[in-house]
Ligand binder design. Structure first.
Ligand code: SD4
Length: 303
């Protein structure tokens, strides 16, 4: 059956990222190629402190990247704590297509990338270096909600991970999620983004979900899997995202007041929904009717 193609992604840079993915879909390309193209744009087409090149380092000064990619038939690949490589999403795809594994981490992921032809180079920019040195003066790890958007300098939450979901004309779906993780994280910390079921999950029978925000909460709740399973039970994408947020709150009500968690979901009919813990989460939608839509997610807390 021929479906209307669509791509959705997290945050305002999802608009240009979707455009890249849309070029693939509009030309009749599949969802997998579309999400890889969109995520690649986010990794290097901009200089953003939370994804790919220009990402802020961990507390020891290392820029370590996490990414995952998944198709609705269950095939998936991921890399975590990958250093020196521009396009973790493409390395994740190679893990999916060329290895018997799902997840490669750290030096093993880096070696695999180099063997696959990726060129290693330092990703730490002078701006990231300076921000890190400023952070070292207090060394306080306390992510602020939407800090960057609210113009709070210094201690930033950095939750601008790109999570992207695409539906191809053939009715098949794919998703991608790529990030430099939380700034000033401990060296070796891995978030939700490269963990299938936490930061990303896609099932052609139901739909897909992706997450942004403080990854520990997604990991605790197998959150993207939870969103997809709630849709499988009949909930709309928006209600499924709300259900997962409610689970996060129920598990850690106090912590939930001061950290951000955001979910974005799309089902196989192309219905889209989102829900966040705190106000400020925006997501981008692109299809044949509207190319540059940026929508505000509802949230539990509105301040
Ligand atoms: C993480 N979920 O590593 C990611 C953070 C994020 O933009 O969304 N960053 O926990």
């Amino acid at each position: 059956a021929s479906t209307d193609a669509k791509v959705v992604s997290t945050w305002d840079f999802g608009v240009p990222a979707n455009r890249e993915a849309w070029q693939v879909l509009a030309a009749g390309g599949n969802a997998l190629d579309a999400v890889e193209a969109g995520a690649r744009w986010a990794e290097t087409g901009q200089c953003n402190s939370t994804v790919g090149r220009c990402g802020y380092p961990d507390r020891d000064g290392f820029v370590t990247l996490d990414a995952s990619i998944m198709q609705g038939d269950g095939s998936c690949g991921a890399v975590a704590a990958l250093q020196d490589i521009d396009h973790p999403i493409s390395v994740a795809r190679k893990v999916m297509e060329k290895t018997p594994h799902v997840l490669l981490v750290g030096d093993g992921a880096r070696q695999f990338a180099i063997a696959e032809g990726f060129t290693p180079h330092s990703l730490r920019t002078p701006e990231a270096e300076q921000a890190w040195r400023e952070w070292l003066e207090t060394s306080r790890y306390q992510p602020e909600i939407n800090a960057e958007r609210r113009g709070i300098p210094g201690n930033r939450e950095n939750h601008d991970t790109i999570g992207m979901l695409a539906l191809g004309r053939d009715g098949r779906m794919a998703g991608a999620c790529t990030t430099s993780g939380m700034a000033w994280k401990m060296h070796g910390r891995v978030g939700d983004s490269p963990i299938i079921g936490a930061g990303l999950y896609v099932d052609d029978q139901v739909g897909g979900a992706t997450a942004s925000g403080v990854g520990e909460e997604m990991l605790r709740n197998a959150a993207s899997f939870l969103v997809v399973e709630l849709m499988r039970q009949g909930l709309s994408p928006a209600d499924a995202c709300r259900g997962a947020i409610e689970r996060v709150v129920k598990k850690r009500p106090e912590a939930s007041k001061s950290l951000q968690v955001c979910f974005l979901a799309m089902n196989t009919h192309g219905e889209v929904g989102a829900f966040a813990l705190h106000q400020g989460f925006v997501y981008a939608v692109c299809d044949a009717q509207r190319q540059d839509a940026l929508l505000e997610s509802p949230s539990v807390y509105t301040t």
